[in-house]
Ligand binder design. Structure first.
Ligand SMILES: NC(=O)c1ccc[n+]([C@@H]2O[C@H](COP(=O)([O-])OP(=O)(O)OC[C@H]3O[C@@H](n4cnc5c(N)ncnc54)[C@H](OP(=O)(O)O)[C@@H]3O)[C@@H](O)[C@H]2O)c1
Length: 275
């Protein structure tokens, strides 16, 4: 079985590749920004979003049975890319396309947390774009289009933590929200779920995130405290009513060993649990 990860140089994509490399023989990935460690690494392929000929060449060369999409970039180009990949996978017997979507597909329905069976409703352009991609993929592939909806991704030295550290160091107030309840995930949790989904031939929609939620301002304050960041200044917007942006995991095929609570995420980030 051959696997191609589009965006394997990104925060989520690189950890997914690391975990899948340990379990499968033929795992390939694309990158956009050249890094030294990709030189001579035959499994990492350069790709520029919008280069359709380049994309078709990669598909022909790698001949993947599973494509995992972890890309960011121009929405119009990404919509076209997911249309092409869906058509490619459709022709592959047992082919699967795994798409990293977002909790933002529900950012137009913040009155409650959402499970996999809820119908998405987005207010933001980003959320609407993710819904459009989900529809293209599921329309072409049905259950073989695997949708992974994720909340904010955390992990050791993840971009969000680095930004938090930089803001504290530069005495820049950190913008945050009170009365906004969210769930969270880690790069490791996403990678482990994807490995499990592939190994167990699961299909459909998955919400990958903590089983519980935490107020966003409270979560950030706790992180700053546990990371001993000193005395950060928070610029808090208090929502007048309780809002919720959470994609809660409801698929009972996923074992407890790869489920997380918010406390586990904090331990992961602050290094008090060995991951
Ligand atoms: N981060 C979050 O909290 C979060 C939350 C919900 C959903 N998601 C979704 O999860 C996925 C992964 O997110 P992430 O945080 O891991 O993103 P990321 O770290 O920014 O990685 C994005 C990937 O896309 C590649 N890329 C960017 N522009 C490109 C271009 N013009 N041409 C070709 N490749 C390009 C990057 O390549 P280079 O790095 O080599 O340039 C990288 O491999 C995305 O689809 C995102 O929408 C993320």
């Amino acid at each position: 079985m051959k696997i191609l990860i589009l965006g394997a140089s990104g925060y989520a994509g690189s950890y997914i590749k690391k975990v899948l490399d340990e379990k499968f023989n033929d795992v390939f990935g694309t990158y956009h920004t050249l890094r030294n460690d990709y030189k001579g690494n035959m499994s990492m392929i350069p790709y520029e979003l919008g280069d359709m000929e380049g994309l078709l060449n990669i598909l022909q060369k790698v001949n993947p049975d599973i494509v995992i999409s972890c890309l960011t970039g121009d929405f119009t180009k990404l919509v076209l890319l997911h249309t092409i990949i869906s058509e490619y996978i459709k022709e592959k017997e047992n082919g699967r396309l795994i798409f990293l979507s977002s909790a933002n597909v529900f950012d137009g329905a913040l009155e409650k947390a959402h499970f996999e069976y809820d119908v998405p409703k987005a207010a933001s352009e980003y959320g609407k774009f993710k819904i459009q991609c989900e529809k293209i993929i599921c329309g072409a592939l049905g259950e073989r289009g695997i949708i992974i909806r994720i909340p904010e991704i955390y992990g050791r030295n993840c971009p969000r933590i680095l930004k938090l550290k930089e803001a504290v160091k530069a005495h820049i107030p950190i913008k945050t929200f009170q009365n906004l309840y969210m769930n969270y995930t880690t790069n490791r949790q996403i990678a482990e779920w994807i490995a499990y989904i592939i190994e167990n031939d699961l299909t459909g929609i998955f919400h990958v995130g903590t089983k519980d939620m935490s107020d966003y301002a409270g979560f950030q304050k706790k992180l700053a405290d546990k990371l001993s960041l000193g005395q950060p200044t928070f610029e808090i917007t208090k929502e007048p009513i309780r809002l919720t942006q959470a994609v809660l995991p409801g698929r009972n095929e996923i074992p407890d060993s790869i489920q997380l609570n918010v406390e586990d995420v904090i331990h992961h980030i602050t290094g008090t649990v060995s991951f």
